[in-house]
Design a protein around this ligand. Sequence first.
Ligand SMILES: C[S@@+](CC[C@H](N)C(=O)[O-])C[C@H]1O[C@@H](n2cnc3c(N)ncnc32)[C@H](O)[C@@H]1O
Length: 294
Amino acid sequence: MIYHTPIMVEEVIHFFSSCAGGVFVDATCGEGGHSEAIVSRLAYERLLCIDRDKDILEVAKERLCHFPRVSFYHATFDQLPEVLKDAGVEGCDAILADLGVSMYHFTLHEKTKGRGLSLADEDGLDMRLDTRSGMTAAELLNTFSQKEIADILYTYGEEYDAYKIARAICHNRPLRTAAQLAKIVLRAKKSHGYHKIHPATKTFQALRIFLNKELEILESFLPSAADILHIHGRLAVISFHSLEDRVVKRSFQSLAKEGKVAILTQKPVVPSTEEMKRNRASRSAKLRVVERCV
Ligand SMILES: C[S@@+](CC[C@H](N)C(=O)[O-])C[C@H]1O[C@@H](n2cnc3c(N)ncnc32)[C@H](O)[C@@H]1O
């Protein structure tokens, strides 16, 4: 089985080595790449793995089934206090959040077809990571006003052609598939020739972040995660775009100002040139780490 390649594993292990022997939380377990590195390379009392996507959590469960004291929770990471209560654990020593989505979500297979996270998906336009609640991308794009759609694309995707794209979306309603949306964006942006990233990438990112309330959940998670850490416990966050990184940076600064944590990464740690070459998806990653001090 080919798994998502975990990002900055060496750096994460380096920052978590002082937490060895304690309770670890992988708040965004995905297919379990970082989790596997943690349980293989560091001593641990427990590892709690959380993911809001039930299907990907099943992949991690199978991958990690040979490791003892690992448990899995289908939840969003802002539900960490409830997860700890359920696990019968008082606090923890290391928490990792590797934000966003996994290669698993971009690859079309039985479990992801129709979810609309891949630009090539011809079976649907959902974009929710947890399909139990919330609005789908199709519902949003077929009912929101042109201005509302443009605002979402601009705010959550930093898409400068947001207005043009929103107009094309409203003109081509009803939208039913992700592949159809990708084509509409491509035409609206009058994109020709070679692009480093697909012209619809920012549109997809914006809709996914908005629909899954990714920034709101992150904002409420960070202070509560810091509260849950034991003294000298560490919280590490890997972000992939400036909107996420801004939330992490500001939240860490305000926790440091309160005296609750010490910032261990004055500047974010980025992947080595070698890792960026080996794994292009790592190029925009930034790792920030804090340590609980009181
Ligand atoms: C970048 S992937 C993690 C990859 C993982 N570290 C690995 O090495 O395989 C991010 C994962 O976080 C999950 N996720 C995103 N937002 C979440 C949230 N608010 N709560 C819990 N899981 C979340 C996604 O479903 C996805 O599986």
